[in-house]
Design a protein around this ligand. Structure first.
Ligand code: ATP
Ligand code: MG
Length: 400
């Protein structure tokens, strides 16, 4: 005997009406997609349940993958047997014998198939007794068990499940539309992308690159971060913007105190153009109130003026230590702290305004026409598709 199924639990209680169907179908699709390296494994839905059918595959690496899939609340290994008392007993015994760190257990049986000869209540006792008399060192504890063995006698078969493994929760990626993540090489923006994905958002990313001031390694770092994020949400298109000319011009022509703010406004303008072209309805950033000069309330207000697209800022109120903790958990931290310069650190003005005003930014921008440079930056965008399981490849079919 062996575990042949994994039961997937999703938080359907939080969803209403026709969203449930969309949610479940997307979750099934995402799981299937993520497990495509296991060709024999199937994902199936039956009567309000979702199962991964292992077909002989080792469950451990599959469980590891599932722990990175948003929308799974928890999962359990399961055995499917026929609705026969002896088979059910044997499966429950297998579950107990193959558990780890368990002393106290309880059996919870549910009989849906009324043709099964033992009623739910009696079944708990019958199975509990069977387990106790065929093992040593276990006791039954119905109030505080280390393991609850669940037995469900359904019409088509019986499922016996063992310990509950916690999932990531959240919503399946792709159920909340798309957002364009402004991805730098820092700690914050990958975490912001992760948290947006947790709410079901599918990401594309945009990165502003200023060669030769920023190196290929700085760009590679961003690709590596995007790659890491694909573990949670599948492929990500990264739009790499050649930003050097526009950025240099901003820093040359605009007063020192406003150059940073205006450069950020340029980023928003270019990002909005990408959103329009790709039919993306929002942007996501790693901005965090009060962290640096460009992230004061005044600064956000002035930068945000140039777009009326929603800007999702998952980190805006978080403490840095909590952000770092998430980046460590999701495996982006080590890459983020690599020292390669990014385009915001090389042109740092001596005294950026911490309280820039909209009127002033508008006035300074009106003294110089940047539209050609913006156009050039947009036209020069290189779109790189980062997939979860293969090396980087350009998405030729989608190049502008
Ligand atoms: P991060 O750790 O994400 O770099 P940060 O704390 O360094 O953030 P800023 O440099 O002020 O903060 O950037 C704020 C946000 O602007 C970033 O989180 C990111 O979303 C976006 N951003 C900054 N630089 C770039 C870039 N070169 N390309 C794309 N987005 C960028
Ligand atoms: Mg940064």
């Amino acid at each position: 005997m062996q575990y042949d199924h994994i039961l997937i639990r999703y938080g359907e209680m939080a969803l209403k009406g026709k969203n449930i169907k969309k949610f479940i179908l997307k979750l099934q699709e995402n799981i299937q997609q993520r497990l495509r390296a296991f060709p024999n494994v199937k994902v199936k839905r039956t009567q309000g349940r979702m199962f991964i059918i292992l077909n002989g595959a080792d469950p451990d690496p599959i469980i590891e993958k599932c722990k990175d899939i948003f929308g799974i609340q928890s999962l359990s290994l399961a055995i499917k047997v026929n609705n026969e008392p002896e088979a059910v007993k044997e499966a429950a015994l297998f579950a107990l014998k193959n558990s780890k760190d368990v002393k106290k257990f309880k059996v919870t049986a549910k009989r849906i198939d009324k043709n099964f000869p033992i009623r739910s209540q009696d079944l708990n006792q019958v199975l509990g007794g069977h387990l106790l008399s065929n093992t040593e060192g276990f006791t039954v504890d119905v109030h505080n068990p280390d393991l609850e063995i669940k037995v469900e006698i359904r019409d088509e078969a019986t499922y016996v499940t063992s310990s509950v493994i916690k999932g990531l929760g959240g919503l399946p990626v792709g159920t909340s539309g798309k957002s364009l993540l402004l991805l730098s090489g820092g700690i914050d923006s990958p975490v912001a992308g992760y948290l947006a994905m947790k709410r079901g958002v599918q990401l594309e990313a945009i990165h502003f690159h200023s060669p030769p001031f920023t190196s290929d390694r700085a760009k590679q770092k961003v690709m590596d971060l995007a790659k890491r994020l694909t573990a949670f949400g599948g492929s990500i298109n990264v739009h790499v913007v050649p930003f050097t000319k526009l950025q240099q011009e901003v820093f040359k022509q605009m007063p020192d105190g406003y150059a940073m703010t205006i450069m950020r406004r340029m980023m928003m303008r270019v990002s909005e153009r990408v959103c329009e072209q790709e039919e993306i309805l929002s942007m996501t950033t790693g901005e965090n109130l009060g962290q640096v000069a460009s992230q004061t309330m005044e600064s956000m207000n002035t930068i945000n003026e140039v777009t009326n697209y929603p800007v999702i800022r998952p980190l805006v109120t978080m403490d840095k230590s909590d952000i770092i903790q998430i980046s460590q958990q999701i495996g982006t931290y080590e890459t983020s702290i690599l020292p390669y310069e990014d385009c915001c650190t090389i042109f740092v003005p001596k005294s950026p305004k911490t309280k820039p005003k909209r009127e002033k930014a508008n006035y300074y921008e009106s003294t110089k026409d940047f539209s050609d440079l913006i156009e050039e930056a947009v036209m020069g965008i290189e779109k790189v598709r980062i997939t979860a399981d293969t090396a980087m490849e350009p998405a030729f079919e989608d190049l502008f």
